[in-house]
Design a binder for this molecule. Sequence first.
Ligand SMILES: C[S@@+](CC[C@H](N)C(=O)[O-])C[C@H]1O[C@@H](n2cnc3c(N)ncnc32)[C@H](O)[C@@H]1O
Length: 271
Amino acid sequence: MNDTGLVGAQKTLSPVLRAKALDNLLPDPILGDEHAERTMRRLDPDYDRGRFGTSQMGLAAVVRAKAHDDWALAFLADHPDAVVLHLGCGLDARVHRIDPPATVDWYDLDHPAVIDLRRRFLPPHEHCTLIGSSVTDLAWLDGIPRGRPVLVIAEGLVPYLTEADLRRLLTTVVDAFPTGQLQFDTVSVWGWRMSKWDPSLRGYGTRFHCGFDDPASLARWHPRLSYVDEAPMNDSPLITAKAPAGVRRAYRLMNLLPGLRRSTRIVRFRF
Ligand SMILES: C[S@@+](CC[C@H](N)C(=O)[O-])C[C@H]1O[C@@H](n2cnc3c(N)ncnc32)[C@H](O)[C@@H]1O
């Protein structure tokens, strides 16, 4: 994946895509995303070879994707007229997995270089519009239809934003729509501080810019916002049920340390 032209945080889409592609090789996958496998194979034909080639240690990222899918499906079942803002979409094929009805307007947003890659590697979807922009340049919101329920999905994005940018994004969205659901994942303050030493992130030339020990408290940022719940990730029953034995053991050990068990929190809010 060296010649993609991606820089910094944009490169972090690749380990997540790889985890989703490897999941699809399991006999009983968690996500079962054929697009991920096909895209990963085209980007790096040898992605599943070599010493760590078939390691499923990234399975928690797949669990995270599944949690976001399940929440999104439930919201769309109740709000078939919704507008979906899938922010920091990377090369994730959520719109194909969910395949929303024609009454839903879906927007996939990421940096222009990532959106160019999406155009090359993922098929279009008739209810999906691609937006090449930084999520922090809120001018992109001007082109989104208002007056309808909104579903905001941000998988793996929030840690790359500053707290000030995240707050501006969330409060602007809540102000702009009558009702909606926000679902995203956050890292802990410790995870944020340690990210500058993380060898993978250093390799990509990036680090995290925010972290929260109590992500539910973000509901206080807007009077209309309320916290709903959290989905498990590193200690998800899906890992116990579906991961190969060695990976299950590794997660069990890791989860003995509360700091690692809850290093990422998948949270949902409504307004
Ligand atoms: C860890 S990847 C996750 C990708 C995708 N959501 C997934 O789960 O497969 C983080 C993504 O956030 C995007 N990103 C980071 N900062 C962004 C910003 N300011 N505006 C738009 N996208 C951003 C990156 O380009 C990258 O695609």
